[in-house]
Design a protein around this ligand. Structure first.
Ligand code: ADP
Ligand code: ADP
Length: 232
């Protein structure tokens, strides 16, 4: 479903160049929950942002669902990005919009008719357990509820892939577990491919099928979670 081929990513120019990733190859299968773990500055955030081309690689290719993302023009890329949902550490909700309107936002962006918006938003509200909160604003929600809105919004465009950027790092342990359980349910129900980056080992251990350990811009270990973390 996702292939990163010989990726290099530099930030800046000339003497100011920082190489965030180099010689990176990664292959993620459909329906898998794939974790990327590493210390701060290792390149996790760069890696996940390359998958939807929020960052463009300096060299190498990014393939998602059989399409070479690095070859797409601006409009094609925008259309493809709708099939790649993303959730964030700080939720990135529209503070002046209700829960309902936050979830409806990606649908209205592509001029979905109101009956379809309403059907879809209600379905998503139910999925994430926020039906009773649809008229609230983000400031009236707990962190876990905000992330549920983020998840519902990300799913509104029926994505093929869900990218999770430190999605539970701002949440307490109990809320983290409930969000991870929701992600696992969604993965099973829709066979949705999920990529998550985190610096927290227990996040990887609780829901990931496979994991890559990233260090100084390269993958130093990769494999099934049970193998990578049970070595002597
Ligand atoms: P992580 O998510 O693991 O903390 P990042 O991908 O954010 O790592 O960063 C990897 C490296 O790239 C770090 O050295 C960081 O300082 C650098 N970096 C990240 N984003 C930028 C940027 N926009 N401009 C310059 N350097 C950056
Ligand atoms: P409009 O076409 O102006 O969006 P609507 O009657 O569809 O008018 O919706 C008005 C507002 O009411 C929406 O922006 C949304 O905030 C809220 N709303 C509509 N349907 C629902 C719903 N099922 N649950 C909660 N809020 C809703």
């Amino acid at each position: 479903m996702i292939e990163l081929k010989n990726i290099k990513k530099d930030y800046g120019k000339g003497k100011q160049v920082t190489t965030a990733l180099s010689g990176l190859n990664l292959s993620i299968q459909k329906g898998e929950i794939f974790g990327v773990i590493g210390h701060s500055g290792a390149g996790k955030s760069t890696l996940i942002r390359l998958i939807n081309l929020l960052e463009r690689p300096t060299a190498g290719e990014v393939w998602v669902g059989g399409i070479n993302m690095t070859r797409l023009g601006k409009q094609q890329l925008q259309a493809r990005r709708r099939k790649i949902g993303m959730i964030f550490q700080h939720f990135n909700l529209l503070s002046s919009a209700t829960v309902y309107d936050n979830i409806a936002f990606p649908l209205r962006l592509v001029k979905t008719n109101q009956a379809e918006v309403d059907r879809k938003v209600k379905e998503l509200l139910e999925l994430v357990g926020l039906t009773e909160h649809s008229k609230k604003y983000p400031s009236q929600l707990s962190g876990g509820q905000k992330q549920r809105v983020g998840i519902a919004r990300a799913l509104a465009s029926d994505p093929e892939v869900l990218l999770c950027d430190e999605a539970t790092s701002a949440l307490d342990p109990q809320t983290t577990n409930s969000i991870l359980k929701l992600l696992l349910d969604i993965n099973k129900r829709f066979n949705l491919t999920i990529v998550l980056i985190t610096h927290e080992m227990h996040v990887i251990q609780s829901i990931c099928d496979r994991v890559a350990v990233i260090h100084q811009g390269g993958i130093v270990e990769e494999g099934p979670v049970t193998e990578v973390f049970l070595k002597p």
